[in-house]
Design a protein around this ligand. Sequence first.
Ligand code: GTP
Ligand code: MG
Length: 200
Amino acid sequence: MNINTAEFVMSNSDVKKCPKQDKPEFAFIGRSNVGKSSLINMLTNHKSLAKTSAKPGKTQLVNHFMINKEWYLVDLPGYGFAKVAKSTRQRFSKLIFNYIESRENLVTLFVLIDVRHEPQAKDTEFMEWLGINEIPFSIIFTKADKLTKRNLADNLAAYEKEMLEIWEEMPPFFVSSSNSGMGKEEILDYIHNTMNTLQE
Ligand code: GTP
Ligand code: MG
């Protein structure tokens, strides 16, 4: 799929004020600093459509972007970063959970995982919660450029092994780098195909 237009629509701290649920939407979620905003910029060919920062906790609101005037991409605040104040963390998680539970037009939640690290309970527990609540999700491993091919393959295999302790099969997953553009086509094709199945 080609992205022809990508426009910022609005930022909200109250999910009730998010855009009308009349278009399909795909949201990006994951720990602070995992690379959600960078990935949105990479996918949409923009340098700074979504604001990024080396400091965790940059995205604090629910940000809607309209793509090709047809669907929404949503940038969410990160969860679970120890360096962010506890009160802020609690506010973020409330906002995130309200968002997930109230958006009926949410087609897929992309859970971003930094591929450099071992599986973290915060992420695996979050995905279990998604499973229990029947929220469709896919995984996007980020920052693949920071590992050698060999380490990348090892880390992916280790993650898959851990997931299969709980899940019958791996959810759909993608390997990405916002620096190199790795994963872009696969992720956009997946979004495109998923939207097509909705229309059938
Ligand atoms: P919050 O909004 O704080 O939750 O963070 P975020 O998940 O939106 O992360 P963001 O996109 O702001 O990126 C965090 C840091 O990681 C920035 O310094 C980015 O430049 C860096 N980064 C993001 N993606 C990649 C990647 O694919 N490769 C490399 N090398 N660095 C990345
Ligand atoms: Mg962000």
